[in-house]
Design a protein around this ligand. Structure first.
Ligand code: SF4
Ligand code: FES
Length: 366
């Protein structure tokens, strides 16, 4: 721990390595930024390996190899081997489309520690419709079988919204059938691309209440068989989530082109300056870059957060959501019932439409 200005600088524990923005799927809630990095701008293998060594020296324990679809990188095996050699626990986050049986075998050999497969639904037709990719569901099942064959631990990641929230129990059954030890049930976060589809994705309050009860019942019934991680969706919560464990406190993201962000959506906040691993060391960026120091600690907070006893628990919520909903990234996250802008959430959650999804189709298929 060190001091930067008035804020304590903790050691980061996790690094999200966004190896590429290229992705074969078109999910309407894509969390990648609106302006994607092209293949020609991606960091090369040697740069990623340097980043991993610097991350380990900084205290990072775990690297999440993500995208886009990390399988789009031809050097994924070398990148994984480099992260492993740096002493990091390696977690591959994949859509499963783009990771062949052979590649998975090579990744296991290279020291891959854990695999996380995203699913769009428990129903194959609905899952493929949400992903905007025919046959994606079958490929996820096939890759999960391979993950188990290599005795790698598996987590299933399910993003829920109005079209699939009533099938949470089926998704947990699917995760069990696939051999997962854990399922993360994440509600769509409405910033970036997902804002375009908010009305088409927003669940009703009744759906959210039913889903919350289902999750509680499943946690009891499936105790010891699978770990179920789930939180109340933002627009229906009373308090905000401690987004990314606090800005510049526990984790960092490196984009395909080498920019270092305090959270995956930070580029959606206008006016922040991000430093790049091509020009600075990770340690320098973590301690001194303007973006990391913008909302570190509590000195930047306004009321009601500034004097709130929960300010070290939830850190005022999510900066990206505060910016998306109020235009001010230092505002209290409107999810908080104490926030001056809280009233608009109920109004926005009530806006729903059955318009077709606007798929994420900005890059050529891999
Ligand atoms: Fe958290 Fe701020 Fe709400 Fe207090 S006022 S609970 S610190 S978001
Ligand atoms: Fe950026 Fe929450 S997603 S701070």
């Amino acid at each position: 721990m060190a001091l930067s200005g008035s804020a304590i600088v903790h050691k980061p524990l996790g690094l999200l390595a966004e190896l590429t923005h290229r992705c074969p799927l078109g999910c309407p809630y894509c969390s990648n930024p609106l302006a994607l990095d092209g293949r020609e701008d991606e960091l090369d293998t040697a740069s990623w390996l340097r980043v991993f060594r610097e991350a380990a020296a900084l205290g990072v324990l775990q690297v999440h190899l993500s995208g886009g679809e990390p399988g789009a990188r031809r050097d994924l095996v070398d990148i994984t081997a480099g992260a492993h050699a740096a002493g990091l626990y390696t977690n591959l986050i994949t859509s499963a489309v783009g990771i062949t049986e052979k590649t998975l075998g090579a990744l296991a050999q290279a020291g891959l520690d854990h695999v996380q497969i995203s699913i769009q639904d428990s129903d194959a037709a609905s899952a493929d419709h949400i992903a905007g990719y025919a046959g994606a569901f079958a490929r996820k099942r096939a890759l999960a079988t391979e993950v188990l064959r290599h005795k790698l631990p598996l987590t299933v990641n399910a993003v829920v919204h109005r079209a699939n929230i009533d099938r949470i129990a089926d998704m947990v059954d699917l995760a069990l059938a696939l051999g997962a030890g854990r399922i993360e049930i994440a509600h769509v976060q409405y910033y970036g691309w997902a804002l375009k589809n908010r009305a088409a994705l927003m669940p009703t309050r009744e759906q959210v209440e039913r889903a919350t009860a289902v999750v509680e019942e499943l946690r009891t019934r499936q105790h010891g068989r699978i770990v179920i991680d789930a939180v109340v969706p933002d627009y229906y919560a009373r308090y905000p989530k401690p987004c990314v464990g606090g800005w510049g406190r526990r984790s960092l993201n490196v984009t395909p082109a080498g920019k270092v962000l305090p959270c995956h959506a930070a580029e959606s906040i206008a006016g922040l300056t991000f430093w790049n691993v091509r020009e600075h060391s990770l340690a320098d960026i973590w301690a001194n870059s303007p973006a990391f120091n913008a909302f570190r600690g509590t000195a930047w907070m306004k009321e009601p957060c500034a004097s709130c006893p929960r300010r070290e628990l939830d850190f005022g919520g999510c900066r990206c959501q505060a910016f998306a909903l109020t235009g001010d990234a230092s505002a209290t996250d409107p999810v908080c019932h104490l926030a001056p802008d809280h009233g608009q959430l109920a109004r926005l959650a009530a806006v729903r439409s059955d318009a077709p999804y606007v798929y994420r189709r900005l890059v050529p298929p891999i």
